[in-house]
Design a protein around this ligand. Structure first.
Ligand SMILES: NC(=O)c1ccc[n+]([C@@H]2O[C@H](COP(=O)([O-])OP(=O)(O)OC[C@H]3O[C@@H](n4cnc5c(N)ncnc54)[C@H](OP(=O)(O)O)[C@@H]3O)[C@@H](O)[C@H]2O)c1
Length: 278
């Protein structure tokens, strides 16, 4: 199978490149092709002619998206539509990475794939609008929503917590946002399985079980055998430019349909800490 990964230098993309064995995989970053440029994209896709395109390229700084909506919609929505059109022209299948931020966070039980989108941030809106447009252009495409990504090879929450914990006696972390941390290695494996299974439609792909950022930070510090105190605070005390959903746990039913079971985030965290040490 021939596969092209857009966003191959990102947190997820790097791991996808490493994990994807046994197929012919080409990885591209923003210097190889800017997904906002449809002509450039068509040219590149025409040259590589993959059976699957995995679109992991995005403008992912959620807070910066608030002050740069043109960039957010330009890359995350319009860029994604360009990719879908290029895929359509050569008959390639598309797997698009989306986010838990397409939801408003008002539910108290896991979000199902068919639940209504109601994004609260510019980033969330750019992803939600991309999903709607992609399903119009390529009804058979696969949309994999994930959340709270962490992994080696880039900036992520556990890495930030560990760096801070080494220099500070105490850390304040928000305790009123719940979600599912997701290890890039486990997500990459799920994506590879979905492509091999010719999956289509909306998928929710996160590590199993949920926690608050505070609970996640406490487990990170404990796992690294550090003594830093972790204190729970509210989102109001830690105001940030982009609003975050208070609850964005995603139901695993869609993955179960494909026989895919993601490990728990606690198990994933142990493997991440080990990988970070090596
Ligand atoms: N991180 C999370 O917590 C999280 C949560 C939910 C969903 N997601 C989604 O998961 C996917 C992967 O996220 P990530 O954290 O791995 O992203 P990331 O680390 O920010 O990497 C972004 C990738 O996109 C590429 N890129 C950016 N703008 C581009 C453009 N205009 N044209 C072509 N390529 C461009 C970058 O290339 P350069 O290296 O050349 O800049 C890089 O390879 C994204 O769709 C993201 O929205 C992430």
């Amino acid at each position: 199978m021939k596969v092209t990964i857009l966003g191959a230098t990102g947190l997820l993309g790097k791991v996808l490149m490493r994990e994807w064995q046994g197929d012919e995989v080409v990885g591209l970053n923003s210097r190889d092709v800017d997904i906002r440029d449809p002509d450039n994209l068509e040219e590149v896709v025409e040259k590589t002619r993959p059976e699957w395109i995995v679109l992991a390229a995005a403008y992912t700084n959620v807070d910066e998206c608030e002050s740069h909506p043109d960039l957010a919609f330009g890359v995350n929505r319009d860029g994604a539509v360009n990719v879908a059109k290029a895929a359509q022209q050569i008959g390639a299948k598309l797997l698009f990475l989306s986010s838990d931020y397409v939801f408003d966070g008002k539910k108290t039980s896991p979000y199902e794939t068919g639940d209504a989108r109601n994004p609260q941030s510019v980033y969330g809106r750019s992803k939600a609008e991309a999903e709607v447009r992609l399903l119009e252009v390529l009804p058979e495409c696969c949309i994999a929503r994930t959340s709270w990504l962490f992994g080696t090879g880039g900036k992520c929450f556990p890495d930030t917590i560990l760096k801070l914990a080494e220099t500070r006696p105490a850390l304040d972390v928000v305790d009123d946002q719940r979600g599912s941390p997701t290890y890039t290695v486990d997500l990459a494996r799920a994506i590879i399985s979905l492509c091999r299974a010719q999956a289509s439609g909306i998928m929710h792909a996160t590590n199993a079980r949920d926690c608050s950022w505070f609970e996640f930070a406490r487990e990170i510090v404990k796992g690294a055998r550090l003594t830093t105190e972790v204190r729970p605070v509210s989102s109001q005390q830690m105001a940030r430019p982009a609003p975050r959903p208070a609850y964005s746990v995603l139901s695993s039913k869609s993955l179960q349909h494909y026989g895919i079971a993601m490990p728990t985030w606690q198990d994933a965290l142990q493997r991440y800490l080990q990988e970070r040490k090596n």
